[in-house]
Design a protein around this ligand. Structure first.
Ligand code: UDP
Length: 455
């Protein structure tokens, strides 16, 4: 009998790969061998973006399989990506596990798959792996909604394809934000075909959960008491943050520009607006210009992540003369080491798209938010942050659907004046971090580790 060996498989998107690698590194730290399976496309990006100092190659065994798309096809098209994955990856994963188990002393004993890849548990079942677990790197409330799909259909809220039939708000629990069917995770993603594909993934997740011995979630009981009471089979283990381990995260698709940390060192404490919209969000030209002008108007230092694909036209997209005008005020990078940035003492607030990882990283560092959701679960996360945790303000669009520079400036002033949002953010930070270091999340994770190690 060899050492316990977990095969971890994240959904191939940045917001899933980073937390899956965090989780894997925690397992490794606790004496468990981990093989992490990325798609070939992402594996290349992750390996190329790793810095020499990140000895990840020695700690996690990083391998890859194809995702079913041609090299030039668009991985941001979630519908297409999901279809490619479902067609190709189950067979590839099965072959990979069989190969490893024939050739290595430490046979794979446990599969830990992203909830979005529920089919991986069927593969594990087929091969006869005894231990099967699911990892959910987003809010437990999204799973709670997913578990309620049959009821939503019975109540006539949605049809069998997930299309909303009513406009009534849905309340799953008093501590979960009310949900508008037009902002369900699948109804605000892409076109109708993509929405159906994402809906089907959730249906599949519900089936996979029945095969899982554990369902762990990168959230905490303090953040989402309602969701965890409704579904005690979801075990909170978060926030699983790099800062508890190495101080920085790994698994980036783009090389980080750490010049921003030196720049932050030169700014006053609690003075910088950090602006970042995760890995998917794109801006049209008008909105991009309004954001740039809004930041300039604040007269405050700002650190702004502008990925190469954030806006069409790259450098030309900025307002004329912007870079010169804000020289000395602002700093832009194409990818920041976000967790390090958010824990820097000079950060005052976070203008965020409210992806779950950004949400958890911001609140774990006691940073107040200005919300700018874009798609999928980000509207739900915004409602948590603004209405349940009250550490954030929403940005309002004008009648043409644009968030204007004046609105950005006003809301930043409102957020930072008086310190009330900061105070609440610090309270929430204390609760979330207690849970991760000594509370329910910590206990759950310890029990999960013990279970993996059991014969
Ligand atoms: N991130 C980063 N540097 C950046 C922007 C984002 O390291 O410049 C990381 C961020 O810390 C988070 C992830 O990318 O862990 C984005 O995940 P999230 O769920 O917030 O958003 P998504 O990209 O899935 O929309």
């Amino acid at each position: 009998m060899g050492n316990p060996h977990v095969i971890a498989i994240p959904y191939p998107a940045q917001g899933h790969v980073i937390p899956s690698m965090e989780c894997s590194l925690w397992l490794v730290k606790n004496g468990i061998k981990v093989t992490l399976v990325n798609t070939e496309f992402n594996h290349k990006r992750v390996v190329e973006s790793l810095q020499e100092s990140e000895k990840i190659r020695g700690t996690i065994n990083m391998v890859c399989i194809p995702d079913g798309l041609e090299p030039w096809e668009d991985r941001n098209d979630l519908g297409k990506l999901t279809l490619g994955i479902t067609r190709v990856m189950p067979g590839e994963l099965e072959a990979l596990i069989r190969r490893i188990n024939e050739s290595e002393v430490d046979e794979i004993t446990c599969v830990l798959a992203d909830c979005g890849l529920g089919w991986a548990l069927e593969v594990a079942e087929r091969i006869g792996l005894r231990k099967k677990a699911l990892f959910w790197p987003a809010a437990a409330a999204v799973l709670a909604l997913s578990f309620n799909l049959p009821k939503l259909v019975d109540d006539g809220v949605i049809d069998n394809d997930g299309r909303p039939l009513k406009n009534e708000m849905v309340e799953l629990s008093p501590t979960i934000p009310l949900m508008n069917p037009s902002s369900f995770i699948w109804t605000c993603i892409g076109d109708q075909t993509t929405q159906k594909i994402v809906f089907d993934v959730l249906v599949k997740t519900n089936q996979a959960v029945k095969l899982a011995d554990w369902l762990i979630c990168n959230s905490s009981h303090d953040l989402e008491p309602g969701a965890f009471s409704l579904f005690p089979n979801i075990s909170p283990v978060g926030p699983l943050l790099a800062r508890n381990r190495l101080g920085k995260s790994v698994g980036y698709f783009w090389p980080e520009d750490s010049s921003c940390l030196t720049w932050l060192d030169q700014q006053a404490a609690n003075s910088v607006i950090y602006v970042a919209f995760g890995s998917f969000t794109v801006f049209d030209q008008t909105q991009f210009v309004e954001l740039a002008l809004g930041l300039e108007l604040t007269n405050m230092p700002f650190l702004w992540v502008v990925r190469e694909d954030t806006v069409a036209g790259a450098e030309k997209a900025y307002p004329k003369g912007f870079k010169q005008t804000v020289q000395g005020q602002g700093h832009t990078v194409t990818w920041a080491p976000q967790q390090q940035v958010l824990s820097h003492p000079s950060i005052a607030c976070f203008v965020s798209h409210c992806g779950w990882n950004s949400t958890v990283e911001g609140l774990s560092n006691g940073v107040p938010f200005l919300c700018w959701p874009y798609f999928a679960d980000q509207f739900l996360n915004q409602d948590y942050i603004c209405d349940k945790w009250e550490i954030e303000l929403r940005l309002d669009k004008d009648e043409s659907g644009i968030i204007r520079s004046g609105e950005i400036e006003n809301k930043i002033q409102l957020l930072l004046n008086g310190g009330i949002y900061k105070e609440r953010a610090l309270n929430l930070q204390a609760r979330a971090m207690d849970s991760a270091t000594q509370g329910i999340s910590r206990n759950n994770f310890n029990n999960f580790i013990e279970w993996i190690k059991e014969d």
